[in-house]
Design a binder for this molecule. Structure first.
Ligand SMILES: [Zn+2]
Ligand SMILES: [Zn+2]
Length: 349
C-alpha cells in the first residue's frame, strides 16, 4: 500500500503559550482519534510532527496512524521558520519513498504549517530550497493563527494560505474538524484515483483562504503578545508570563489619546526543554513596568510576586522570603516593591 505522508510543521514560540498550544495539543489528539476510525486513512495516512521555535526538532517521526500517540508540545523562544523549514526538508529527504521500477513510492506528502508570528531568522535560503526541491513534490497548507503571522512569507511557500480566527475554543474545534476532514478526503482520493490532495470547504467565518494574486495585509503588530521568561527561586523551574498588547484611551492634557498597554494573560510553567528550543539572540524589545497591567503569582510555588526583577535584569518570583536568591545569577538580597519604572527585556516571541 502506498503511503500518504502528512507532516505538521508547528510554531511553538512563546506567544503560543496558554490556550493556543493547549488547543493544538487537543486538536492533534482529535485528528488522530478520528483517523483511527477511518478505514481509508488507516490504510494510507502516515503522520509526523515537526516543531520549531528558535530551534527545530522532530517531535514525532513519520509513522502510521495505528501506532501514533498524540504528544505533549514543548515551548521555546524565537520563531525560526527558516530552521523549521530546513528540518522539515531533512525529514522529507530522509523519509520519502520514491517510485522505482520495483516499487510504487509515496503519494505526494501534505504539509500543514501553523504559525502565529513573524519569523525571527532569515528565511530566504530555506524558501529558495523549498521552491526548488519540494514545492512541486508536495502540497503545503500554511495557516496563520490569528492576524500576526507574516503572510507574505507564507505566500512565497504556497498558494494555500489560510487565516484562522483563533479567538474561541469553538473556533479551534471547527478548525481541527476542517483539518481532519481534509486529511480524510485526501486519503480517500488516493484510493479512488484522485490527486491525493483535497481540502474540504472550511467554515469561512473561522478559516478564510487568501487570494494568491493579491498582496496580503501586513501583520497588525510585530507581536500582539509580549512574553517574559521568569524562574521560580525555589524550584528553579522556568515559566512564561504572557501579556496582550492593546491600546486604551487616556486623557492627556484634556485630550483623549490612545496609549499602549500590556494586559496580563497569565503565567505558565514550561519544562526545561524550553531552553533547548531557544535561539541565541537576546530579547526582542524593552517594556516599561509602568505599561504592564496586572502581575502574576508564581505558577511553580505560588509566591505572590511572579514578576520581580533582579539587578541582573532577569525575572523571578518573590514572596515572604527574608532574603531572596535570584535563580539566574545567584545574587541574594531583599526586594523592595513598586519603586519607579524599570525596563525589562521581553522574550523572543
Ligand atoms: Zn516560585
Ligand atoms: Zn539575578
Amino acid at each position: 500500500m502506498r503511503r500518504l505522508p502528512i507532516y505538521f510543521l508547528i510554531d511553538i514560540s512563546e506567544s503560543m503559550i496558554g490556550e493556543p498550544i493547549q488547543m493544538v495539543e487537543e486538536g492533534l489528539a482529535m485528528i488522530i482519534k478520528a483517523l483511527k476510525e477511518d478505514p481509508y486513512a488507516l490504510e494510507t495516512v502516515h503522520i509526523s510532527i515537526v516543531v520549531f521555535a528558535g530551534q527545530a526538532r522532530t517531535l514525532v517521526p513519520l509513522q502510521e496512524i495505528i501506532t501514533f500517540y498524540p504528544p505533549r508540545f514543548p515551548i521555546g523562544g524565537g520563531t525560526s521558520l527558516g530552521n523549521g523549514l530546513g528540518h522539515l526538508m531533512y525529514e522529507l529527504r530522509k523519509n520519502t519513498i520514491q517510485t522505482t521500477a520495483e516499487q510504487k513510492g509515496d503519494w505526494k506528502p501534505i504539509v500543514f504549517l501553523f504559525t502565529d508570528g513573524v519569523p525571527t531568522d532569515d528565511t530566504q535560503v530555506a524558501i529558495a530550497e523549498w521552491k526548488k526541491n519540494w514545492a512541486s513534490k508536495s502540497s503545503m497548507v500554511a495557516v496563520s493563527f490569528g492576524e500576526e503571522a507574516d503572510l507574505e512569507v507564507l505566500q512565497k511557500l504556497t498558494e494555500n494560505v489560510f487565516m484562522f480566527k483563533n479567538t474561541s475554543v469553538n473556533q479551534y474545534k471547527s478548525f481541527f474538524k476542517w483539518v481532519t476532514a481534509s486529511i480524510k478526503s485526501s486519503s480517500m482520493s488516493v484510493e479512488t484515483g484522485g490527486t491525493g490532495f483535497e481540502l474540504t470547504k472550511p467554515d469561512e467565518s473561522v478559516i478564510s483562504k487568501l487570494d494568491p494574486r493579491e498582496m496580503p495585509p501586513k501583520p497588525r503588530f510585530d507581536h500582539n503578545f509580549t512574553v517574559f521568561t521568569g524562574k521560580c527561586q525555589h524550584s528553579q523551574k522556568p515559566y512564561l508570563i504572557k501579556y496582550r498588547r492593546t491600546t486604551q484611551p487616556t486623557m492627556v492634557g484634556g485630550m483623549e489619546m490612545n496609549s499602549l498597554v500590556y494586559r496580563l494573560v497569565g503565567a505558565y510553567l514550561v519544562d526545561s526543554s524550553y531552553f533547548d528550543y531557544c535561539d541565541e539572540t537576546g530579547g526582542a524589545n524593552k517594556v516599561g513596568t509602568d505599561e504592564l497591567q496586572g502581575a502574576p503569582t508564581c505558577p511553580s510555588c505560588g509566591n505572590q510576586y511572579g514578576l520581580s526583577i533582579c539587578q541582573c535584569g532577569k525575572i523571578h518570583c518573590c514572596g515572604n522570603e527574608e532574603i531572596s536568591t535570584c535563580p539566574w545569577c545567584g545574587n541574594k538580597g531583599r526586594y523592595g516593591f513598586g519603586e519607579g519604572r524599570m525596563d525589562i527585556n521581553s522574550a523572543q516571541g
